[in-house]
Design a protein around this ligand. Structure first.
Ligand code: NDP
Ligand SMILES: Nc1nc2c(ncn2[C@@H]2O[C@H](COP(=O)(O)O)[C@@H](O)[C@H]2O)c(=O)[nH]1
Length: 324
């Protein structure tokens, strides 16, 4: 297997078939719906909250609410449906999560998307939860993760997952690779490519995206959706705490397996960092969409699918030409 990551790859342009990048369509179907872009903010407490989830859904973007405010999940589903918006929530795999899924079914509250969000998704506990959700809420689109291998993708798909999420350890606030020695950190893009050989259902590339061009690269190597934390965490709308230091504004961004999330130092696999305040998330989404339109035009197409077959070169660590 060839090993490479985002910074090691450049996609090769094809002749453009559009007169303007504005002709390029960035929409992506995922489940029963089509979204403005194949991009979703990470389901982390410093990346998304209910207010932002509502805004994203209303504006045509995919979102996944995090699972760390357990009690608010049921009223959240209710609220989103009352407003005519889709509900997309996360669950874990502990015993009480089975009760939560049962309660949703009893109350006839059907989230359109449910993400099973644990660190080591290639596990019997995730397979059991997929099967439980599919039994209780058969209409829900189930995303399961996170995984790192084609075997894992195959097993979760066979258990009933509608999509799998690939990426163990490439995240900006992740310390899994340092603490455990395991993961896809440093080779996330080739791990995605490897997994895509086995996948028969959509893949979400999760973690390690540092530049907007990495979205096109994720699509090229098999993703249908790209989950992004650090690029979204530093905005005005981001729920992380705003900090002022030497007259400059920053936003806190911490890992879901950090002590700041867990409230204790047990099995810590995440850290906290400060990100420079980036203004409004709307501006970033607009720029991201324009950059993806440009990617599509370089691919020689009119839609996201046209990126999937472009040629590429591996240029180890050289795409920044010494700029960073
Ligand atoms: N994408 C990534 O690379 C990573 C993401 N995370 C994020 O951190 C959050 C917390 O994750 P997680 O700790 O899994 O969630 P939980 O603390 O909810 O743990 C889920 C369950 O899985 C068990 N578990 C956790 N890790 C392992 C493992 N390596 N092998 C077997 N069982 C395990 C836990 O038991 P016990 O705690 O007793 O072991 C618990 O029963 C999630 O949001 C996750 O996405 C965390 C690390 C890596
Ligand atoms: N190993 C850990 N990974 C984590 C933790 N919290 C979140 N994550 C993963 O990171 C991505 C976001 O990555 P980014 O590079 O875009 O910032 C997120 O979706 C999770 O999969 C953690 O504590 N440890």
């Amino acid at each position: 297997m060839r090993i490479f990551d985002y910074e090691d790859v450049q996609l090769i342009p094809n002749k453009s078939i559009v007169r303007s990048r504005s002709e390029c369509d960035t929409h992506m179907a995922f489940g029963d719906r089509t979204f403005k872009m194949p991009v979703v903010p990470a389901n982390m407490q410093t990346v998304i909250d209910e207010e932002l989830a509502e805004k994203l859904a209303a504006d045509g973007y995919f979102y996944i609410m995090h699972r760390f405010d357990e009690e608010s999940r049921l009223p959240f589903v209710q609220k989103m449906h009352e407003k005519g918006l889709f509900a997309s929530i996360s669950v874990g795999v502990k015993e009480k999560e089975y009760d939560f899924v049962n309660t949703l079914a009893e109350k006839n509250l059907l989230p359109e998307y449910i993400t099973i969000d644990i660190a080591h998704g290639h596990s019997q506990s995730v397979i059991d939860m997929i099967q439980h959700i599919k039994k209780q809420l058969p209409e829900a689109f189930v995303i399961a993760g996170n995984v790192a291998t084609p075997e894992a993708v195959r097993e979760l798909e066979n258990a009933g997952a509608d999509a799998t999420k690939v990426g163990v350890g490439p995240g900006k606030v992740c310390i899994t690779k340092l603490k455990t020695g395991f993961g896809t950190g440093g080779w996330q893009l080739s791990a995605l490519r490897w997994c895509s050989k086995a996948a028969r259902k959509p893949l979400i590339a999760d973690g390690g995206v540092r530049d907007h061009g990495d979205i096109a690269k994720s699509i090229r190597f098999g993703a249908s959706m790209v989950m992004i934390g650090s690029l979204f965490a530093g905005h005005e709308e981001s729920p992380g705490k705003t900090i002022e230091k030497d007259g400059k504004k920053y936003k806190e961004y911490f890992g879901s397996a950090s002590e700041y999330q867990k409230g204790e130092r047990k099995n810590v696999e995440g850290k906290k960092i400060l990100l420079e305040h980036k203004g409004s998330i709307e501006d970033t989404l607009t720029e991201m969409q324009q950059d993806l339109q440009s990617s599509i035009s370089y691919a020689g197409g009119r839609d996201v699918e046209s990126i999937r077959k472009v040629d590429y070169v591996i240029v180890k660590n050289s795409i920044f030409n010494g700029d960073r």
